[in-house]
Design a protein around this ligand. Structure first.
Ligand SMILES: [Zn+2]
Length: 517
């Protein structure tokens, strides 16, 4: 922690979140088509005891899905969904202070559990002279050293809780930034709660189980290749969703997506912001009609203000940003006030550590303690994202604290010599996972036909890792670029707080020059 313990109570981000400014009563600058419904719903519902989780409220159709169909279709994660959503609804109606109190109790339970049942934390606490029962303030908590990915990589077998049997725990992985994924273990009983928390954030954007959702998401390799008719029926008619790949975007692909949008008529578009912004630019410029959903949800990478502007202009609806990590699930989401993202205090205890020498004022590194996963406690885990502290109290009245914009993994788009675009965000989790010997990766497009890959080799690194990496990259980029691979000792976060996995120095002008050559 960058601050003295005596002051850290105030200076740490944790407390900064707890500090509350004067209530902001201003309405979101929202004059779009759907905005009247928001304003009305907010003033009538969110202040009343009958506060709804959504400005739209859920309809009979959604209630059937929430109570019966979703639990029947996906019993492993959606059983008891209705009760969980109702409880989360109750939590958000508590005051911020009541939620902090509950959260602190839950944190203390987790610390004691970690100490009692995992060899790793037993040693870590003993080495630092920490007794979990004597951690009574955020300042005490800071005596526990932050957990890094390297810690997890080196100590997986001593990190899981002996309250469970090893084979009971579910394997998961950390998300891809420049780092390679690290294996995590999850207690099965936390997964349905994490799912409910994610869906609870979705309800703020007007999305409920059973709604038609168009996903602009990931790479084609993520979806079933040549799916069976059963899978297609399940996905399209029971789950009511369509997936559109973002790994390669060009006018033909975007036009086919416009046609799909018009035919499917989704209530929600759920997307990575970069590909969605590209799609919206296309919609604005193509001169053909297109269907507009009720709202759009963006996650997986920070939503840039210019992207938000483009998406809102094209779709004419509000955008809801959500923040999560594969390591934890969703932990924060935007409400209809769009004044930052609310953290769900039940899912994670979030600390913000000021970054010294940062270019951005108020920049803090995020440390997360997962309050739900007792299978492998992650305490003060460095997720490698930053945020700007927000001192505002949201006008929506929810008792969940706010954080400002996430400054984390940012990815540029790659422009290829034939004019196709490969959004960097499509590569993040897919490319590095094929080369377990590579610890970190950064892809830099120097010229339109030349890309440099910087990598940090791990202990098990071999030439196969580079061969597999090259093969995987070719799937995305074709044969049109020349690759160079460069071994490096470390890939650091930039002073702006950004972790950049994909960097492109190529502009549209370079494409024109290449074409005229
Ligand atoms: Zn709010």
């Amino acid at each position: 922690m960058a601050t003295e313990t005596g002051e850290s109570d105030v200076a740490s981000g944790y407390s900064t979140i707890r500090e509350t400014g004067s209530p902001n009563t201003g309405l979101a600058p929202d004059t779009r088509r759907e905005s009247a419904r928001y304003v009305n719903a907010r003033t009538s519902d969110f202040r009343s005891p009958r506060m709804s989780t959504s400005p739209y409220g859920s309809r009979l159709w959604n209630q059937i899905y929430t109570s019966w169909l979703a639990p029947a279709l996906i019993p492993g994660t959606h059983r008891g969904l209705r009760q969980r959503l109702q409880r989360l609804d109750q939590l958000q109606k508590l005051s911020l202070e009541q939620n902090w109190e509950l959260q602190w109790q839950s944190l203390q339970r987790l610390l004691q559990h970690a100490y009692d049942t995992t060899p790793f934390y037993k040693k870590r606490f003993d080495d630092s002279g920490i007794e979990p029962s004597r951690i009574t303030s955020p300042a005490d908590l800071e005596r526990i050293p932050p957990l890094t990915r390297q810690d997890i990589r080196n100590n997986l077998e001593s990190l899981w809780s002996r309250r469970y049997r090893r084979e009971e725990l579910l394997a998961a992985a950390t998300g891809g930034t420049t780092d390679s994924p690290v294996q995590l273990l999850r207690a099965p009983d936390c997964v349905d709660e994490k799912v409910a928390i994610q869906l609870h954030f979705d309800t703020w954007a007007g999305m409920w189980p059973g709604d038609k959702v168009l996903y602009l998401w990931g790479a084609r390799s993520d979806y079933a290749q040549d799916p069976s008719w059963r899978w297609r029926f399940y996905d399209r008619y029971l789950m009511r969703r369509i997936w559109l790949a973002t790994s390669l975007l060009n006018p033909q692909v975007l036009e086919s997506y416009r046609v799909t949008l018009n035919r499917f008529r989704p209530r929600i578009i759920y997307a990575y912001p970069t590909p969605l912004a590209i799609f919206c630019e296309y919609l604005l410029s193509c001169g053909r009609p297109y269907f507009r959903p009720v709202s759009a949800i963006c996650t997986a990478e920070p939503l840039m203000p210019s992207q938000r502007e483009t998406i809102e202009k094209a779709l004419g609806v509000p955008i809801f940003e959500k923040y999560g990590a594969r390591d934890f699930g969703m932990i924060a989401g935007e409400c209809e006030q769009h004044q930052g993202m609310h953290l769900n205090p039940e899912s994670a205890y979030v600390e913000l550590r000021p970054v010294e020498g940062a270019e951005v004022q108020g920049l803090c590194e995020i440390l997360i303690t997962d309050l739900l996963n007792y299978g492998m406690p992650l305490i003060r885990y460095k997720v490698n994202d930053c945020t700007v502290v927000s001192s505002e109290r949201c006008a929506c009245g929810r008792g969940f604290p706010l954080i400002g914009q996430i400054i984390g993994r940012t990815t540029d788009n790659f422009l290829l010599p034939n004019g196709d675009v490969v959004p960097g965000v499509s590569l993040t989790n897919r490319v590095i996972q094929v080369c377990p010997g590579i610890r970190k990766l950064q892809i830099i497009q120097e010229k339109i036909d030349s890309i440099r890959v910087r990598y940090v080799a791990g202990e098990s690194f071999s030439a196969d890792d580079l061969a597999n990496l090259q093969k995987k990259l070719n799937i995305f980029f074709g044969q049109s670029v020349h690759w160079t691979f460069e071994k490096t000792e470390e890939i650091e976060r930039e002073r702006s707080g950004k972790t950049r996995m994909c960097i492109s120095r190529v502009t549209a002008r370079d494409l024109k020059q290449a074409e005229t050559r």
